[in-house]
Ligand binder design. Structure first.
Ligand SMILES: [Cu+2]
Length: 459
């Protein structure tokens, strides 16, 4: 379905996108990096359609915003124009830009004032599936986000189609409404064992800006291989993801390659991404692509429709893939194909940080001390989560290697630390001087101060 039919700019065409509209699979507009001067993002109050209900939000013209697609080694050059009534910035989640392009108010960039603009410009040497989003207050809880794909110079994977799926929890414009996210049967898990990343009320779960009653459609011919780039851009919700009747071969997490491992389901904390290959091995049909909130009610979906099955009806909204309860990928399953050159022995510097309440290591932003490192050091961060919520911890400006029994754990930028005693440890090279946020990607936790700053200058 064309995005233009579903989504309406609030301020007219002049405030919208100056993008060359392409098509990225399910009909979302794509920014053309070859357009003169690069893509533009215009943050505006706008209206969007949620299965027939038009609601106000803030976005970059569409929700998600336009896909930005580059090739490794390209210069990302994106003009941001602020049509909002308050300041805004863009953060490039998962990329490692120079510090001044990281888009964090109070740390690296003053908010771009209403009516003003700013051009982000930096090299993108590393391929992968990334996201861009506003980084001012709770702006990201509205529609101010989009996908950013950096393709490798030589693509090693073979596939017929690719789709990006951005998973979001949604309440903007729906405040005061009852829970509209239909819950599949199964009952509530024991609260002590529940995997919960948050607890706020979000009436809807969206896939690419669309509620379960109006799902995005992935198309495949029998025998096709699909590449899915699955991204969790939610504020408060971890997701379980599966495709009915199909398995998922994980090839990347947070954009970084891993040895392929075939599973039934993914768990994504906020800020995490997985690339998977799906063999469309059935002769036809329409299959549920299920998205379940971890630890609470809430349900979103897309559908996978085979060529030749145009007249088949879609699965019922709440039909739940059994694969959601199948083999779930875990960090120890993931073996990096391009591990960091982590030295053996003792790292140069270690931080052991308890995650408790909204504190990291006993302190809350902005009253927290920086975490000093020195350029060139290998730094080990170990997080011990003694709280009742899982925390997806994100480090800006770096990739880190999660420490797993294989010794070649996945290279990531966001890692979910289990609640009630969960421990996750990672190593990173301090190779990108600046002030870099290290924070929980639950936006509420972040707003409540669950943020530290890793600080270092050039050696
Ligand atoms: Cu958190």
């Amino acid at each position: 379905m064309p995005a233009t039919r579903r989504q309406f700019l609030g301020l007219g065409a002049a405030a919208g996108l100056s993008l060359v509209a392409g098509c990225s699979g399910d009909g979302r507009p794509a920014a053309a990096p070859s357009s003169p001067g690069g893509p533009r993002l215009t943050a505006v109050p706008m209206r969007m359609d949620l299965a027939g209900r038009e609601i106000p939000t803030w976005g970059y013209g569409t929700v998600p915003g336009p896909e930005i697609r580059l090739r490794a080694g390209d210069v990302l050059r994106v003009r941001l124009d602020n049509g909002l009534p308050e300041g805004t910035t863009v953060h490039w989640h998962g990329l490692a830009p120079p510090n001044g392009m990281d888009g964090v108010p109070g740390v690296t960039q003053a908010p771009v004032a209403p009516g003003a603009g700013f051009t982000y410009e930096f090299e993108t040497p590393v391929a992968g599936s990334f996201m861009y989003h506003a980084h001012v207050g709770m702006q990201l809880d509205r529609g101010l986000y989009g996908p950013l794909v950096v393709e490798p110079r030589t693509e090693e994977l073979a596939y017929d189609h690719e789709y990006t799926l951005m998973l979001d929890d949604w309440r903007d414009g729906l405040e005061g409404h009852a829970d509209h996210g239909s819950s599949p049967p199964g009952g509530d898990p024991d609260p002590v064992d529940a995997v919960s990343f948050g607890g706020r009320a979000y009436p809807l779960l969206l896939v690419n800006g669309r509620p379960p009653d109006d799902p995005p459609v992935l198309r495949a011919r029998p025998g096709d291989r699909l590449r899915l780039r699955v991204m969790n851009v939610a504020a408060d919700t971890g997701f379980r993801f599966a495709v009915a009747g199909h398995r998922l071969t994980v090839t990347h997490t947070d954009g970084m390659p891993v040895e392929p491992v075939t599973v039934d389901a993914l768990r994504l904390g906020m800020g995490e991404r997985y690339d998977v290959l799906v063999e469309a091995a059935h002769p036809g049909g329409v299959w549920q692509v299920g998205v379940q909130a971890e630890g609470r009610g809430g349900w979103g979906r897309a559908v996978l429709r085979y060529t030749g099955s145009e007249t088949s009806s879609a699965p019922a909204v709440a039909e739940r893939p059994a694969e959601l309860d199948g083999r779930l990928v875990t960090y120890p399953d993931l073996v990096s194909r391009e591990p960091l050159a982590v030295p053996t022995g003792t790292p140069d510097r270690e931080y052991d940080l308890e995650l408790s309440g909204t504190q990291i290591g006993g302190q809350s932003h902005p009253d927290a001390d920086p975490l000093p490192v020195v350029e060139g050091e290998w730094v080990r961060v170990t997080m011990r989560n003694t709280s009742a919520k899982w925390h997806p911890m994100h480090l800006h400006g770096h990739h880190f290697q999660v420490r797993t029994p294989s010794g070649r754990g996945p290279v990531k930028d966001t890692v979910a630390v289990p609640s009630r005693g969960g421990v996750v440890s990672f190593d990173f090279l301090a190779g990108n001087p600046g002030d870099w946020l290290f924070h929980c990607h639950n936006h509420h936790h972040m707003e409540d101060g669950m943020v530290r700053v890793v600080r270092y200058g050039p050696a």
